[in-house]
Design a protein around this ligand. Structure first.
Ligand code: NAD
Length: 476
């Protein structure tokens, strides 16, 4: 069995408490690795190391030098893509085809932000008083705490780490206790990329370790990806120390198919929107709004297509959907399915898989006879469960789509360009896809509205979130 160590101040260390967390492979339910469960001393050591490295060299390092290290990291990720993908699949059950692709997306992101590292400048500000000269500089914020979830560990980490390093911050990473291995593998590549010791640290453990990090008055930025409960604690801790926060939280995203949509594109788009990664994505298009004139046809097509999805070993190239990532998530989806039936909605297809293997499988599931106020349409399930809700017209569907605490992503399928723009303008979501779903690009800002969070990842906005502006005024 593999025994991972944490990466603090350039050293590989076990937990100060000598405690471990077991990593479960959700396909065969075998414990395949252990990761350290950090103690308070480990957290303190990481905070001290990150602060020391930031103030003693890293913040004076030129953008060009930072970029060279980031580009080296990108090349190492590409070189090790097979291994990284395999480890991530072992940890969270996502099909290897998908995890493998994500490694190249990650490498692209490090290169994209490396390109910004030596171009972070300020502005000169014209003043009324022409005897004065005024300019701004953008500085790194300091030590950033980066806390991530288990569904796409390397991708979620990259969204934070790449802009944080490009802007010149030191960091402490806290991956999910359910899937820390691939993040620790990235630490090995960080070590090979010649970052000074203490610039990148990784402590592992549960929510209490995240809590200790976010309670510290010696950190200057927190970026969190996860659920609402933890976000509430983190928000309070950040407020206590006036620390700026980026929150990437959940979603219950509306995917709207109008009667004039090109169904040959829209139906596969709706499928990918919900069933990719076994529905365990924050952007999942889990509420499918269908115009009443196409409900029967589209529901039938979705049923056939979803019954043809190949479930199985996530490392097998033929497999289209892997198991649910961990027992906690599996039990939560099961409970939600039961509640859905109790509320009077109907399962058109899917539900719990027969136990062909030990794996934590849930069939692609489609719920009908439901409405937007049911729990199945309001609560984030984070599983392969699609709820179909019919609508009459544009006005009604905009109102229904926005009737959610969340505002992360959305999809609009129509061939009417004016309608596409009109609806996009009214939808309360950080991302609106038109005639596509799940498309992503390192250049395009990503992030939520409402209870889906605030701050942006990817694109220039993400970089700026890891800087602070200083104004300098001179009497000439
Ligand atoms: P979670 O909130 O339970 O855990 C997320 C991380 O926070 C883990 O590392 C966990 O150990 C840590 N944590 C837990 N309690 C904490 C606390 N009190 N203080 C500090 N850290 C704490 O969420 P999860 O189950 O890992 O992830 C699922 C959620 O993440 C879903 O809601 C999903 O939509 C969301 N998510 C959002 C995005 C996005 O980009 N918006 C991406 C992926 C997942």
């Amino acid at each position: 069995m593999k025994q991972y160590k944490m990466f603090i101040n350039g050293e590989w260390i076990s937990s100060a408490n000598n405690q471990f967390i077991e990593s479960l492979n959700p396909y065969n339910r075998e414990i395949w690795a252990t990761i350290p469960e950090a103690g308070k001393q480990d957290v303190e050591k990481a905070i001290e190391a990150a602060n020391y490295s930031f103030h003693n060299g890293w913040k004076q390092t030129s953008g060009y030098k930072r970029a060279r290290k980031m580009n080296k990291l990108a090349s190492l990720i590409e070189k090790n893509a097979d291994k990284l993908a395999e480890i991530e699949t072992k940890d969270n059950g996502k099909v290897t085809r998908e995890t493998y692709k994500q490694m190249f997306f990650a490498a692209r992101a490090y290169r994209f932000f490396a390109g910004y590292a030596d171009k972070i400048g300020g502005e000169t500000i014209p003043l009324d008083n022409t005897e004065m000269f005024d300019y701004t500089v953008r500085e790194p914020i300091g030590v950033a705490v980066l806390i991530t979830s288990w569904n796409s560990p390397i991708q979620l980490l990259t969204n934070k780490l790449a802009p944080a390093l490009a802007a010149g911050n030191s960091v402490i990473i806290k991956p999910s206790e359910h899937a820390s291995a691939s993040t620790l593998e990235i630490m090995k590549l960080i070590e090979q990329s010649d970052f000074p010791k203490g610039v990148v640290n990784c402590v592992t453990g549960g929510g209490e370790i995240g809590e200790l990090l976010t309670q510290s008055s010696n950190v200057s930025k927190i970026s969190f990806t996860g659920g609402l409960n933890a976000a509430r604690y983190i928000g309070k801790n950040a407020a206590e120390n006036f620390v700026p926060l980026t929150l990437e939280l959940g979603g219950k995203s509306p995917n709207i198919i109008f009667e004039d949509a090109d169904l040959e594109k829209a139906v596969p788009g709706a499928m990918a929107g919900i069933f990719a990664s076994s529905g365990q994505t924050c952007i999942a298009g889990s509420r499918l709004f269908l115009h009443e004139s196409i409900v029967d046809q589209v529901s039938k097509e979705l049923k056939v297509k979803s019954e043809n999805i190949v479930l199985g070993d996530p490392t097998d190239k033929k497999t289209e959907m892997g198991p649910i990532a961990n027992e906690t998530q599996y039990n939560s989806i099961k409970a939600m399915l039961k509640e859905t039936e109790d509320e009077g909605a109907k399962i058109l297809t899917g539900g719990l898989a027969e136990r062909k293997s030990k794996g934590l499988f849930i069939h692609p599931t489609i719920i009908v006879d439901s409405n937007n106020s049911m729990k199945v349409a309001q609560n984030e399930i984070f599983g392969p469960i699609l709820t179909i809700i019919p609508f009459k017209d544009e006005k009604e569907v905009v109102q229904l789509a926005n009737d959610s605490i969340y505002g992360l992503a959305s999809g609009i399928w129509t061939q009417n360009l004016a309608r596409a723009h009109r609806v996009a303008k009214q939808i309360e979501a950080g991302t609106v896809w038109i005639n596509t779903y799940r498309a992503s690009a390192v250049q395009a800002p990503f992030g939520g509205m409402k209870h889906s969070g605030y701050g942006k990842e990817r694109g220039l906005h993400a970089l700026l979130d890891y800087t602070k502006v200083k104004n300098v005024m001179i009497d000439l």
